[in-house]
Ligand binder design. Sequence first.
Ligand SMILES: C[S@@+](CC[C@H](N)C(=O)[O-])C[C@H]1O[C@@H](n2cnc3c(N)ncnc32)[C@H](O)[C@@H]1O
Length: 241
Amino acid sequence: MDFVNCYQSATRAEAYSKLEFSNTYHLAFRDLPEIFRAHVKGTAALDFGCGAGRSTRFLGGLGFEAAGVDISPEMVAKAYEIDPTGDYRVIPGDDMSGLPRESFSLIQSAFTFDNIPGMDAKARLFGDLRALLKPDGIIVNMVSAPEIYCNEWASFSTKDFPENRNANPGDPVKIITTDFEDRSPAVDILWPHESYLEVYGRAGLEIVEMRKPLANGDEPYRWVSETRIAPWVIYALRRSN
Ligand SMILES: C[S@@+](CC[C@H](N)C(=O)[O-])C[C@H]1O[C@@H](n2cnc3c(N)ncnc32)[C@H](O)[C@@H]1O
């Protein structure tokens, strides 16, 4: 399948750099500190698919020594613009050979795998990330739940894309972020839980915790579906062998 990473664009990088942690994104980041406290033993962290650095700065704010890597030069340029002293790197072709092996206590991936097509590519990347983990290290993979593409949300709209409902695992799906002005849709890849289980198995990883965060209803946001349907899935993973 021809797939274009819609984040390799200066316009999208500019729009994305305005996102913080409100609305539907609140639910993505809300539970991470608790998950890290429960499973992560050190402070060396890698943010795989750091984008404009929001998720990397989130780790830094929690006390991690975090480096961010991304395949998009436009996104990494934005990350540097916002945080000139941060450690952000472009990894062309996902070449991780410049990163130290067995050295990270935490590898976080926030929404990155939504944009990576295919079982083989996903399994290879998770295998490469596994090699960068300390033996007791944890990968936290946060992804969009399939339901995000068929409902309305505080931060997203999908009503213009009824074809999303007929998408099969691995198919492209479209979603508009309403938190910023750029209304061009992101094209993601539908990847349900069962498909992630296969990826993790192939990469020698196992789930230590999985969360599907729901809103309580007392947060300062105008929820649409978030109190009933979880928009995100968060996996904490460790080496299985
Ligand atoms: C939805 S953005 C999330 C950015 C950031 N994690 C955040 O939460 O703000 C997804 C990012 O993953 C990056 N990405 C997509 N495919 C990638 C790949 N194969 N390797 C590394 N990064 C990738 C994109 O360039 C984009 O910056």
